[in-house]
Design a protein around this ligand. Structure first.
Ligand code: FES
Length: 94
């Protein structure tokens, strides 16, 4: 099992390893919005406060949509993330 903490909402939830982050956001009712859900629109930009090592590496879509500097600062697209294990802390990006 993996743990996700939605920092802005104070919600902690557990999911199976490898789960899609967007499914966890939908289930938990976390305040992170989606648009395309395909990595193109950047509506779902999040900041990973902790546990980046527990997410899949950035997808091709993230590398196309996000700036290299954003990726370096811990920004990801929630629709492209899978939680591999451990614990991650995320919040909607400013
Ligand atoms: S919802 Fe469009 S990039 Fe994630």
């Amino acid at each position: 099992m993996a743990t996700i903490f939605f920092a802005a909402d104070g919600i902690r939830t557990q999911v199976d390893n490898g789960s899609r982050l967007q499914d966890a956001i939908d289930s938990a009712g976390a305040s992170i919005l989606f648009g395309c859900r395909e990595g193109n629109c950047a509506t779902c930009m999040i900041h990973v406060d902790a546990g980046m090592e527990n997410l899949n590496p950035p997808t091709d879509e993230e590398q196309m949509t996000l700036l290299p500097s954003e990726l370096d600062e811990g920004v990801r697209l929630a629709c492209q993330c899978r939680v591999l294990g451990g614990e991650v802390t995320v919040r909607a990006a400013d």
